[in-house]
Ligand binder design. Structure first.
Ligand code: ZN
Length: 94
């Protein structure tokens, strides 16, 4: 007789396949500044997200928080982004 009882420990690994939760905070988020659209200025629309550089900073609508632009810090100046989610104009300046 060999009453060996191997109790498999209940593993509590809660990981969804393809989950990126551990990387949630890896990317920096910045809120853009809401501005009035100046006359004779044109604006680009987002989302879909504009990508100047990947895996850097998420620039978000200063009104609704939607991600509008991926870019490096200081990479994009003087761009006006029209948020298609809420209709606000966001400036990348300042
Ligand atoms: Zn918005």
């Amino acid at each position: 007789m060999c009453p060996v009882s191997i109790v498999c420990p209940t593993t509590q690994i809660i990981v969804s396949p393809g989950s990126n939760l551990s990387h949630m905070d890896a990317r920096k988020r910045e809120n853009l500044t809401i501005v009035e659209l100046p006359k004779s200025r044109s604006a680009v629309s987002a989302p879909p997200i504009l990508v100047a550089s990947t895996h850097t900073v998420d620039y978000c609508c200063g009104n609704c928080g939607a991600v509008l632009l991926h870019a490096d810090v200081g990479q994009v100046y003087g761009l006006l982004i029209h948020c298609t989610g809420c209709g606000s104009y966001n400036s990348t300046e300042g």
